[in-house]
Design a protein around this ligand. Structure first.
Ligand code: PMP
Length: 445
């Protein structure tokens, strides 16, 4: 891939990357592999991770002064774009009043009320500092509430890096899983089974055999972590019915989809409600936040009045809740989601048209303002089909887009996020850039 990077990306910007290269080498001396979250290292695509100096609206600028239209958007939280004035002001105001108290504040309740208004299934909720933490707590609660230990997830869905969720599928539908990372005890991994996404029959079979042991089924109602994969017609409804029948809880991990694909997330968009819902990203307006909530009788099992322990020094942090509230307030405005839809559709169509024109085989999956362009001709409906995409070609595409000022997630298996800050000019520039890269990719040799 190195040679192609020379050709498409790095060569064009070689001296414009010096500072990022130096910064990366320096970071590696004190931060493990130079990054605080693995995908940032560009390992999946090659090349130098851009060290970002600032973001504004739909753009980010790296420390070498290169400007990019950003579709990473902090991996989803920035639905209003970078440094949205109303959010910045809310943060500044909150910071001046004190950054953390470890005591209740009214703003936490206001944020909880705003969330409940959008997600009626969340009768009670708790805030955390990350999505990982929120999922971990929801799973513990589900296990305690049902008195069962087994957990069902789906291949290709990511639910943070807590032990119970870092589990690969076992061989065949009936076997429980094994650790997908050293350090996860296999005894714990055996309590989790991972099934094929979009395959309700597989879940039905599993529940017939093990239904009495399953505490919860957790799903990304629109998958974002194998690239975007939409739920097949009826899949979410089937999950709802099957879990209800067997007394297992249904957990929707809406860390990405919450306030993204509709104000009320997948539950609003697909009309299916969960027993427990996990949120993160957008509800913190770009600050560290997570949240889980659901039916009252389940949530009441939490400490201090209930037996299930869960806590957090910075949970409901005053600055994070201020940023979240300011963000959610803007998402109440009329037409926000319709405008996001229009823009995202235009981008998706533009990309597909350019690929066709150049004769490059792609599949584009999109739900609202989240989308993934998979390199390969096959439809992508689950993890297996996602894995059949041409990651080397994606690597070339990624480098070529960067060289043309378009910042995409550095992996085939991620989403691109459109924000309210992306302009028609941004979309046109992106489509034009993609046309240029596709033409190069189509050149023989
Ligand atoms: N669930 C989903 C669906 C996610 O996409 C993520 C993070 N990308 C998480 C959970 C974990 O959230 P965090 O990174 O805040 O721990």
């Amino acid at each position: 891939m190195a040679a192609v990077h020379e050709h498409l990306g790095e060569a064009m910007t070689k001296d414009k990357l010096k500072k990022s290269q130096v910064a990366f080498e320096r970071a590696k001396k004190s931060i493990a592999h130079g990054v605080n979250s693995p995908v940032r290292a560009f390992g999946a695509v090659g090349g130098t991770p851009r060290f970002i100096a600032k973001g504004r609206g739909s753009h980010v600028t790296d420390i070498d002064g290169n400007d990019y239209v950003d579709y990473v958007m902090s991996w989803g939280p920035l639905i209003l774009g970078h440094a949205r004035p109303s959010v910045v002001e809310a943060i500044e105001r909150a910071a001046r009043e004190g950054s953390s108290f470890g005591a209740p504040t009214e703003r936490e309740t206001a944020l909880a009320e705003e969330i409940k208004d959008a997600f009626p299934s969340m009768e009670l909720l708790r805030m955390t500092s990350s999505g990982t933490e929120a999922v971990m707590s929801a799973v513990r609660l589900a296990r305690a509430f049902t008195g069962r230990a087994k957990l069902v997830k789906f291949d290709g869905c990511y639910h943070g890096h807590s032990d119970s969720l870092l589990v690969k599928a076992g061989s065949g539908a009936t076997t429980f899983g094994h650790p997908s990372s050293p350090g996860v005890p296999s005894a714990l991994a055996r309590e989790t089974v991972s099934l094929r996404y979009n395959d309700a029959d597989m879940l039905s079979g599993l529940l017939q055999r093990h239904g009495d042991d399953v505490a919860a089924v957790i799903v990304e109602p629109v998958a974002g972590n194998m690239g975007v994969v939409a739920p097949a017609e009826g899949f979410l409804k089937a999950l709802r019915e099957l879990t209800r029948k067997r007394g297992a809880l249904l957990i929707f991990d809406e860390v990405i989809t919450g306030f993204r694909i509709a104000r009320g997330g997948a539950q609003e968009r697909f009309g299916v409600s969960a027993d427990l819902t996990v949120l993160g990203k957008i509800i913190g307006g770009g600050l560290p936040v997570g949240c889980f909530g659901g039916r009252k009788e389940i949530m009441e099992k939490l400490s201090p009045r209930g037996p299930v322990y869960q806590a957090g020094t910075l949970s409901g942090n005053p600055i994070a809740t201020a940023a979240g509230l300011a963000t959610l307030k803007e998402l109440r405005k009329r037409d926000v989601y319709r405008r996001l839809e229009t823009k995202s559709r235009r981008l998706a169509r533009g990309l597909v048209n350019e690929a066709r024109r150049a004769g490059v085989a792609v599949t584009l999956n999109r739900v609202g303002s989240m989308m993934t362009l998979f390199f390969g001709a096959e439809r992508v409906t689950d993890y297996e089909s996602a894995l059949r995409s041409d990651t080397a070609q994606f690597g070339h595409f990624h480098a070529g887009m960067l060289a043309r000022g378009i910042y995409l997630a550095p992996s085939q298996f991620e989403a691109a996020f459109v924000s309210t800050a992306h302009t028609d000019a941004d979309i046109r520039a992106t489509v034009r850039a993609a046309g240029g890269v596709f033409a190069e990719l189509a050149e023989p040799g």
